[in-house]
Design a protein around this ligand. Structure first.
Ligand code: NAP
Length: 327
C-alpha cells in the first residue's frame, strides 16, 4: 500500500503522521494518477497544519500543494496528458504529501525536458509566486529600488535572481550575515540584517529619503510597521505572507492615509485563475530558468516520512532556499 503524511488534528510539526492509505478504485474522468518523485515544502503547509489558514477539507487531511512526478494512469476524458508524462503542480486540491495521488488535469503542468523533477518540485510554487509579484501585481523596473523581506528564503532567493535579471535593485532583509551573503550572491543589490538594523532607517539612507515604491512582505507581524515606514508616498504594500505570525489589528487611517499608500493581500491562486494564466505563469518561470536567469536552490532533501523534521527546519529559520520531500 502507498504511504502518505496526514494530520488528524491541528498543531505543531508533531501532528504530522506517516501512514498507509488506499487509492480510489477508479480515477475520475478528468483526473490523472501521478506517482510522485519529489514533493515541494512550502510555508503555507505550516499554516494549514497549525490552523492559521482554514483547511479546505475535513480532518484527517493529507497536506501539501506542490509536487512533481510521472503519470501512471489517466481518466476517460483526459485529453492533454498520457501515461509516462512528467508533470508537476503547485495548486490545490491539497494532498501532495503522498506517494501516489489523483489530480485534475486542468491544473497540471508538463515538465520541460531541460528540467529535472526535483528542480521543478523545489521551485514551481515559489517561482510562480515571484512571477506574479514582480511581473503582474506590480511590474518591477530597471534601476528601481524595491524592498523584499526574507531574501534568503525559498521565495526570497528566487526574487533576488529575478530582480537582478531585470536590473531592479532589490533591498533584501535577512536575519544573519551568512544569509546576507547568500542573497547578495543571488543578485540582491543591498541587504539589511533586520536583527541588527532598523529597516526603514537603512531604506531611507539607500533611497535618499524617498522610500521605496513597493514592499514585498512575506514575514508579516514582525516587519509590517517597518514596511509601512519604508514606503514612498503612494507606495504599494504587498503583504503576501506571515512567517512571523499574522499582522495584528491596524488603524487603517493612521497606517495608510499619511502617505496615500496602497495595500494588497494577494495569493498565487488569485493570479492563476484559469488554465491560460496558470500556463503563462509557469512558462515565464521556465523561460527564466532556460535562460539561466533563475535557478532552483535545494537546501535539503528529506524523506517523505521525515516531514516533521522538514517543518521544524523551515520554521526554525535555519533553511535557505527550498526544501523537498522524497517519497
Ligand atoms: N501569497 C502567496 O501567493 C504566497 C506564495 C508562496 C509563499 N508565500 C509566503 O512567502 C513567504 C516565504 O515563503 P517560503 O516558503 O519561501 O519560506 P522561507 O522564506 O523559506 O521561510 C520563511 C523565512 O521567514 C523569515 N522569518 C522571519 N521571522 C520569522 C519567524 N518568526 N519564524 C520563521 N521565519 C521567520 C526567515 O528568514 P530570516 O531568518 O532571514 O528572517 C525564514 O527563513 C511565506 O510567508 C509564505 O507564506 C506567499
Amino acid at each position: 500500500m502507498p504511504k502518505r503524511i496526514v494530520i488528524s488534528k491541528l498543531g505543531g510539526p508533531d501532528v504530522l503522521k506517516y501512514e498507509e492509505y488506499s487509492l480510489p478504485k477508479s480515477i475520475k474522468k478528468k483526473e490523472v494518477r501521478i506517482k510522485h518523485t519529489a514533493i515541494g515544502l512550502n510555508y503555507i503547509d505550516t499554516y494549514h497544519r497549525s490552523g492559521i489558514y482554514p483547511l479546505p477539507a475535513e480532518l484527517p487531511v493529507c497536506l501539501g500543494m506542490e509536487a512533481a512526478g510521472v503519470i501512471i494512469e489517466v481518466g476517460a476524458d483526459v485529453s492533454n496528458f498520457k501515461v509516462g508524462d512528467r508533470v508537476a503542480y503547485a495548486t490545490p486540491p491539497i494532498g501532495a504529501y503522498c506517494e501516489i495521488r489523483d489530480f485534475p488535469e486542468e491544473k497540471l503542468i508538463a515538465i520541460p525536458d531541460f528540467l529535472k523533477d526535483d528542480e521543478v518540485a523545489s521551485i514551481l510554487l515559489q517561482g510562480m509566486t515571484v512571477e506574479y509579484l514582480f511581473e503582474r501585481l506590480y511590474k518591477i523596473k530597471k534601476n528601481e529600488i524595491i524592498l523584499f523581506h526574507a531574501a534568503a528564503g525559498g521565495v526570497g532567493l528566487i526574487a533576488c535572481q529575478w530582480a537582478k535579471s531585470i536590473g531592479c535593485k532589490m533591498i533584501g532583509t535577512v536575519s544573519t550575515n551568512e544569509k546576507a551573503k547568500l542573497a547578495k550572491n543571488h543578485g540582491c543589490e543591498f541587504t539589511i540584517n533586520y536583527k541588527e538594523k532598523i529597516v526603514s532607517e537603512k531604506v531611507m539612507e539607500i533611497t535618499n529619503n524617498q522610500g521605496v515604491p513597493v514592499v514585498y512582505d512575506g514575514v508579516g507581524k514582525d516587519t509590517f510597521d517597518e514596511s509601512i515606514k519604508s514606503l514612498s508616498t503612494r507606495g504599494l504594500m504587498v503583504s503576501f505572507g506571515q512567517s512571523s505570525g499574522m499582522v495584528e489589528k491596524i488603524d487603517m487611517h493612521k497606517t495608510f492615509n499619511p502617505k496615500s499608500l496602497f495595500y494588497t493581500r494577494p495569493s498565487l491562486m488569485g493570479y492563476t485563475l484559469n488554465r491560460e494564466e496558470l500556463l503563462n505563469c509557469a512558462n515565464n518561470l521556465f523561460e527564466k530558468m532556460k535562460n539561466r536567469e533563475v535557478k532552483s536552490n535545494i537546501y535539503k532533501k528529506l524523506k517523505l516520512e521525515e516531514a516533521q523534521e522538514a517543518h521544524e527546519i523551515l520554521q526554525s529559520r535555519k533553511s535557505v532556499g527550498s526544501i523537498i520531500l522524497e517519497p
